[in-house]
Design a protein around this ligand. Structure first.
Ligand code: OGA
Ligand code: MN
Length: 207
């Protein structure tokens, strides 16, 4: 039966985040919604609406393909129905993280990202020197039938010195503490789509 909320309860999130700083769930989002988001991302790409991603924030922003080679477009409320549904789901997750982990997350920003074949994003943290509002990252993958040999893994650098590679398979959602978990995107042999977002705290200057 289709899930009317298009959301399988994301139960492990809070415990996993509290204990190890990250959480992963396959088939976290209704498959029809994931497919609609992939179509929206491809439509924006075909319309020339994706721009080379920058590094950093505001005036300090630079496009440096040696660091990241994806092209992005931000989600704004009211643009497209599947995006609005996704934003609503992420707001539910935001409230639950606040309830269960007292994170004080205030809002959510997200963009589509398209990595052409061979593009990558070097090891980094999702917190800028000049903007520490990003507290929790949430990445949803939009690629049906991704095969292990195709590359494009999200590589997480864990506390114990080991790494964990995540295939960017449609429906997989990875949630992690933005300032604490270094990660990178490995190059792929095919186009790779993701929807990357950040729950943010109130902006009241350096912590
Ligand atoms: C990012 C990022 C991961 C991914 O945009 O900061 O790390 O798998 N994306 O797309
Ligand atoms: Mn990142």
């Amino acid at each position: 039966m289709p899930n009317p909320h298009a959301f399988i309860p994301f139960e492990p999130t809070s415990d996993d985040i509290a204990q190890r700083g990250w959480s992963l769930q396959r088939d976290a989002i209704d498959a029809d919604l994931v497919a609609a988001l992939a179509r929206e991302c491809r439509a924006r790409a075909a319309a020339g609406e994706l721009s080379p991603a920058g590094i950093g924030r505001g005036d300090g922003q630079q496009v440096r393909e040696g660091i990241r080679g994806d092209r992005i477009d931000w989600l704004e409320p009211g643009q497209a129905e599947p995006c609005d549904r996704y934003l609503a789901l992420m707001d539910e997750l935001r409230l639950r993280l606040n309830r269960e982990l007292f994170l004080g997350l205030e809002d959510f920003e997200a963009h589509f990202a398209l990595y052409p074949p061979g593009a990558f994003y070097q090891k980094h943290l999702d917190r800028f020197r000049d903007d520490d509002r990003r507290a929790v990252s949430a990445v949803l993958y939009l690629n049906p039938e991704w095969l292990p040999g195709e590359g494009g893994e999200l590589r997480l650098y864990l506390d114990d010195g080991s790494t964990r590679d995540v295939l960017p398979e449609a429906g997989t959602l990875v949630v992690f503490l933005s300032g604490e978990l270094p990660h990178e995107v490995l190059p792929a042999s095919r186009e790779r789509l993701s929807l990357t977002g950040w729950f943010r705290r109130r902006g009241d200057g350096p912590l």
